[in-house]
Design a protein around this ligand. Structure first.
Ligand SMILES: [Zn+2]
Length: 474
């Protein structure tokens, strides 16, 4: 609460400062110091890029970059009636690798000049954040339905402005859920948001794309309720909504959308071409390789994404090609700030994969395995030279056998650099496309970012006026 009387607030500060218990508490607090980090033998735990070996031949000739942005717009009429809505913009841009190498910094300024080396596919969507609901739906149901609709009504590509039936996002969720890349026998249990009964989603007809993504809860129906359960409820967003406010899930939805975009590319390439074509692509995702959802363990990542990556890893070994060329680049968070502290202690052109002990002791200060059930990649640091250090995340590379969760956990605790196929190759591609203008910037990411960032000015004002006009017209 703000008080006008400044003297009173100064007095309050003074009593806090003089309070013995506060002083005692602060004495016990500890900020991990750089000095502590200096004791670490980085030479011993990091690897020279030069010493890494690519497992298979480099076939990458296309780079696909995925990035998105959002803006929450406040259209409240007064301070007692807070109304908010989020606008998203997500894109995937394809670059010809050889042409990208020719690109210099100057060309990033003029987008017209780079048109010949890139193709952009962009999706826009909205999510109610506060007070605004869909007609006939409660707030929570509006959120669940909006999220389902976003995935059901958007596709990776567009044909003359129309949805492309072969690249609809909901089909990718089903493709992964039913394990369509294998025999299509997978199932996915989703809890009913009302009575918590497990609802089993499975393929009930020959074409997995046909229906199978919306079910009615039988138990609710017997009790006179018509509860519709969406396959997208697996992400558990509704579990995190309080007081008709979805602000906590706004950024998480963006991340899930980006992840599904990534795997839709995989699905389309595998379905339309052949899995062998995957070896030609490198995917760069701005941000982490993770889906943060609100279940304790049975998450979409642990149940469906990790097994898919294991399938890709197995295929890579069989075909002697790399089908796991995905990299997440992080520019914020615990790992990023840790990198800022240690980058000057790292030798040029070295990779450091922190294991669980290192992470708990120096990065998260938490006594639990970082990213369990949410991450499908392993985080690592790469220090190229002064000004060029990255937090990168590469997909989890291991064969899941009899105890998939055990093996997943084991690898998360102690990742082994030798299993990352062509790590050297991918890092070299990233450094070849680094920006000399923006510290730590990678040119293809910068280009996509420009296309999808919903800037505050003047974008915010325009979106606000547009929303008001649409919502308040009678
Ligand atoms: Zn139910």
């Amino acid at each position: 609460m703000a008080y006008k009387n400044e003297k009173a607030s100064k007095f309050a500060y003074q009593t806090i400062i003089k309070d013995k218990s506060v002083q005692e508490f602060l004495k016990q607090c500890y900020i991990p110091e750089i000095d502590e980090l200096k004791k670490i033998n980085f030479k011993k735990i990091s690897k020279d890029l030069e010493d890494l070996e690519n497992v298979y031949e480099n076939e990458i000739n296309k780079i696909l970059v995925i990035d998105g942005g959002y803006q929450v717009i406040d259209i409240s009429k007064n301070r007692f009636e807070i109304m908010k809505i989020a606008f998203y913009s997500c894109g995937i841009m394809s670059f010809d690798y050889n042409l990208l190498l020719d690109l210099n910094e100057q060309q990033t300024v003029n987008p017209n000049e780079i048109n010949n080396i890139k193709t952009l596919y962009k999706q826009n969507f909205t999510l109610p954040v506060q007070l605004i609901s869909l007609k006939g739906y409660s707030f929570i149901d509006s959120i669940r339905k909006s999220i389902y609709d976003i995935f059901a009504q958007k596709s990776l590509f567009y044909n003359n402005g129309e949805i492309d039936k072969d690249s609809i996002f909901i089909d990718t969720i089903k493709w992964l859920a039913f394990e369509e890349y294998l025999e299509g026998k997978g199932t996915l249990n989703v809890n009913c948001p009302v009575c918590d009964t497990e609802i089993k989603f499975e393929k009930k007809n020959n074409d997995y794309k046909n229906k199978n993504d919306v079910l009615r809860c039988k138990k609710c129906y017997e009790n006179g309720n018509n509860t519709i359960v969406y396959i997208t409820d697996i992400f558990g967003f509704h579990l995190k909504i309080e007081d008709n406010n979805s602000e906590t899930i706004v950024s998480l939805l963006l991340n899930i959308f980006e992840v599904i975009m990534l795997f839709t590319s995989y699905r389309v390439i595998i379905e339309k071409k052949d899995i062998k074509a995957m070896a030609k692509f490198l995917f760069i995702k701005d941000g982490s390789l993770a889906i943060y959802d609100f279940h304790h363990k049975d998450t979409f990542v642990s149940l469906k994404i990790i097994p898919f990556l294991s399938f890709l890893f197995k295929k890579s070994i069989e075909d002697k090609k790399n089908y796991l060329s995905i990299v997440g680049i992080e520019k914020s968070g615990y790992f990023y700030s840790h990198l800022q502290k240690i980058k000057n202690m790292l030798k040029d052109k070295t990779v450091l994969i922190p294991d669980n002990d290192y992470i708990q002791k120096n990065i998260t200060f938490e006594n639990k395995i970082m990213g369990k059930y949410t991450n499908f990649g392993i985080k690592m640091f790469y220090h190229h030279s002064k000004g060029f250090s990255y937090v990168m995340q590469f997909p989890f590379p291991t064969l899941l056998k009899n105890k998939p969760m055990y093996e997943y956990e084991k690898f998360l605790k102690k990742p082994n650099i030798k299993y990352f196929i062509n790590l050297k190759n991918i890092i070299e591609i990233l450094t070849e496309t680094k920006s000399s203008k923006y510290e730590g910037g990678i040119i293809p990411i910068i280009l996509v970012n420009k296309q999808v960032s919903v800037s505050r000015n003047p974008g915010y004002k325009m979106l606000k006026e547009f929303t008001k006009e649409e919502l308040f017209k009678d």
